[in-house]
Design a protein around this ligand. Structure first.
Ligand code: SF4
Ligand code: SF4
Length: 91
């Protein structure tokens, strides 16, 4: 039986920071016709809320796709502060 990405994400542990480590330039996002970030983010962090890009940064798995996938380089991206963000279990 295969495990879906949603199942795998569900097993991850998050310790969200209070402030977002992902900051889009909303002016650029408003003129972005296709908004591919709504599709390429595996954790569904981004959603379009009428006039702005909403960022559910708490669910970010820090894959880095939005750094290269956004055609306008709209997203100021950094890792969450030390001790915050997703926690991967290895082994
Ligand atoms: S793809 Fe980039 S510019 Fe377009 S909506 Fe998403 S973050 Fe904004
Ligand atoms: S780093 Fe990956 S998981 Fe986080 S918002 Fe960007 S695409 Fe989504």
């Amino acid at each position: 039986m295969s495990t879906s990405i949603e199942d795998k994400l569900y097993t991850l542990t998050f310790k969200p920071d209070k402030e977002s480590h992902l900051v889009p330039n909303q002016d650029l996002c408003r003129q972005c016709a296709d908004k591919p970030c709504l599709n390429f983010c595996p954790a569904h962090v981004y959603s379009w809320e009428g006039d702005h890009l909403a960022v559910a940064f708490e669910g970010c798995v820090e894959c880095g796709a939005c750094r290269i996938g956004c055609p306008y380089h709209s997203i100021a991206w950094r890792y969450p502060r030390g001790g915050f963000g997703v926690m991967y279990k290895f082994g």
